[in-house]
Ligand binder design. Sequence first.
Ligand SMILES: *[C@@H]1O[C@H](CO)[C@@H](O)[C@H](O)[C@H]1NC(C)=O
Ligand SMILES: *[C@@H]1O[C@H](CO)[C@@H](O)[C@H](O)[C@H]1NC(C)=O
Length: 366
Amino acid sequence: MATFTFRRPKSNVVIVFGILFGASLVYLIAHNRYQIQNTLSYATRPLWDKDTAPKDLVTHYYAEGVEMNERTCKLHGWKKREDTVRIKVLDAVLMSSELDLLEIRMNELDSVVDHFLIVESNATFTGLPKETFFANNRDKYAKFAHKIVYHFLPGYPLRSGESPWDVEAKTRNTMTNLLKETMSKFPAGTQSLVFMSDLDEIPAEHTVRLLKTCDFGQSIHLQLRNFMYSFEWYLGYSSWRASAHIWNHNSYYRHSNSTELILSDAGWHCSYCFKTIPEYIMKMKGFSHADRIGGRINLLDPKRIQDTICRGRDIFGMLPEAYSYIEFFSQLNLDPLKTAVGLPRYLIDNADRFKFLLPGGCKRES
Ligand SMILES: *[C@@H]1O[C@H](CO)[C@@H](O)[C@H](O)[C@H]1NC(C)=O
Ligand SMILES: *[C@@H]1O[C@H](CO)[C@@H](O)[C@H](O)[C@H]1NC(C)=O
């Protein structure tokens, strides 16, 4: 009897604490549903998602001034193209807001590219209105005007049953047609070497020269050095979607796995490399992966965004998108680079203007 009365209050306390704990847990889960869901899915990604990156990596040989000739082709396991082959180089991008990266890209590739193709819309893939950055800043690129083939694609709010992926597919299809139209004006027998990449995925000039000189086959992906916010934060060689193609009747403008072949260290990919804070906010609002914001409006706080950029942390306040745990942990804690060696030439020649892209330049204009 005595032991019973002694125990009872204790078990009541346990029950009360149990209920309180349970209630707080439910409350916390309900209020952080998106965060928990995302954390779980990104933390377990290496277990459930398969990387579709191409696997057949071609060793890349280059040093400043190396000539692209028979011998260089042979180093890569390729033959030099016959001297009689007539070949045009086309660089095709969908316009985003990154005017500076476009300027760096065009200057990097000017000596090897015959035509720069640009498709631009006045709406995002999610159907929100957006500025036509290229059309409004055309004079910045006057030097390249004779090479630029520009197409404006009128945008509209998403129709019912239409997803951002559908709009993206339509936009890429527009580029396919623009490419065909451009090539139809080439003299008969001309081959077209087409580079397909996002605007922030920049092939190195020497890579384009190599692929123009050597017969690499039908298509090849480009492995790019992957950066975030600027060339200060290096994520590794994890970018692979950019590709080069000798165009044929089956070709279309794509940003997906098209061959197992991939040329290593072929250029640079600079994600979220914007000059101003409002560009970050615009990008976060218009992102196709709307799950990343998940209703958490505090993510759009300018002070938080600035702090995130200077510390090299994930702007969405979540775990890195990685396919292996080695990659995953290395992206959780990045060290800022203290080197700007091996970057696009134009960026270094104009380092004053492009401070925000270089080590130590994390402060953004508001
Ligand atoms: C990539 O595409 C090639 C060519 O279509 C295919 O053979 C390969 O299986 C694909 N790789 C992956 C991982 O999907
Ligand atoms: C885009 O431009 C087209 C044609 O100029 C116009 O009809 C349309 O309203 C614009 N859309 C947006 C979202 O501004």
